[in-house]
Write a protein that binds this ligand. Structure first.
Ligand code: PLP
Length: 376
């Protein structure tokens, strides 16, 4: 569709042309294996190490604390399974609205490695109950890892990450945060934060798919999760995704160079959308912790009726890309575990709209028009 409107940037983003440009030579002339000692290999090795410096600098970390991975899923698996296998973690505190790459990892560790999993209480907006988190930390007598996402990908809710990091320090627990939705969108300073593990994924900020990184604090290093060659200084075997790593770093560099402007631009779009929705629809709700929300994500809930049931499908027919995510009880093909957790008995229809710097107010006007045609 020529007039496609892409409002699903929390799922993935389009590749920035300058990122592609930076990657291209690594598909052609710079094809050497970075582990080779001759010059062809040294070129690609240098590219990877420069990329590592870029990511480390953005995070105020050391280059030795950055491991390139195949994306956010792998980075999160490596941190959590690594904390169990190499740091003697026996209890993990998390929440029911984490991404499946966290939740399914926890279920696996509970089933096969007898790890105790505790879930922190959430309110009906999905906000973490900090007092309950402290209670769980205080109660745990074994080595503990807290894993809580920085921003929820369906709701946009932001974790009070400094507070959580401070509690983890106080109770001597390791702290991992899934920063896949925030790296590239918010400043993150690992020195100021006192966090052990963070993850990032290039395709969430106009980089390529299938590449990301794990930040591992120097004093909480876990060993390799994938065994084989000595790549990534022995922390992650397998010939590197060289062009992906180059693209990841270029995308991050651009994202952080323009962060303040892009952030304000996208926040304006989001607020404009909210304002228009409130103007035209009496019975919508914005769900999640709207006071404390990532500027890229907006989750709108519509009352259940025949028109709303068909909404996502009809938006797709009109070329609008957005994500569903309603409770199972709504009869949707597959319910969202996030919505099911915070609104368990709701039959409302939720649609997540998520924005990027490439969206415009004109696109929002078009979507509002179509929503009015479909619903009113
Ligand atoms: N964590 C969150 C919060 C996400 O939104 C995603 C993206 O789908 C992931 C992890 C997984 O990242 P990747 O797609 O790089 O595996």
């Amino acid at each position: 569709l020529e007039n496609r409107i892409y409002f699903d940037n929390a799922a993935t983003t389009s590749l920035e042309p300058k990122v592609l440009e930076a990657m291209l030579p690594y598909f052609t002339e710079h094809f050497g294996n970075p582990s080779s000692i001759y010059s062809y290999g040294r070129d690609t090795r240098a590219g990877i190490e420069t990329a590592r410096k870029t990511i480390a600098k953005i995070l105020n970390a050391q280059t030795s604390e950055i491991i390139f991975t195949s994306g956010g899923t792998e980075a999160n698996n490596m941190a959590i399974k690594g904390a169990v296998n190499y740091l003697e973690v026996k209890t993990i505190i998390s929440s029911k609205i984490e991404h499946h790459c966290i939740l399914h990892t926890l279920e696996y560790l509970e089933k096969y490695q007898q790890i105790k999993i505790e879930y922190v209480k959430l309110d009906n907006k999905g906000k973490v109950d900090i007092e309950h988190l402290e209670f769980l930390l205080n109660q745990s007598k074994e080595k503990t890892l807290v894993t809580l996402m920085h921003a929820n990908n369906e709701l946009g809710n932001l974790l009070p990450i400094e507070k959580v990091a401070q509690l983890c320090t106080q109770y001597q627990a390791y702290f991992h945060s899934d920063t896949v939705q925030t790296f590239g969108h918010l400043p993150i300073d690992t020195q100021a934060l006192n966090v052990d593990f963070l993850s990032g994924s290039a395709h969430k900020f106009h980089g390529p798919k299938g590449v990301g990184f794990l930040y591992m604090r120097k004093k909480s290093k876990v060993q390799s999760f994938i065994h084989g060659g000595g790549q990534e200084r022995g922390y992650r075997a397998g010939t590197e995704n060289v062009y992906g790593i180059i693209g990841l770093a270029k995308a991050a560099e651009i994202a952080y160079k323009n962060l303040d402007n892009d952030k304000q631009y996208i926040l304006d779009l989001k607020n404009y959308f909210i304002q228009k929705l409130n103007l035209h629809f009496a019975d919508i709700q914005i769900i999640g912790d709207i006071e404390n929300s990532l500027y890229t994500v907006l989750n709108v809930s519509f009352p259940a009726n025949d028109k709303a049931f068909m909404l996502l499908f009809n938006l797709d027919l009109k070329g609008i890309c957005a994500s569903g995510g309603s409770a199972c009880s709504s009869g949707a093909a597959s319910g969202s575990h996030v919505i099911n957790t915070i609104m368990p008995n709701s039959d409302r229809i939720n649609i997540r709209f998520s924005f990027s710097k490439y969206n415009t107010k004109a696109e929002i006007d078009s979507v509002i028009q179509i929503l009015m045609q479909e619903l009113l």
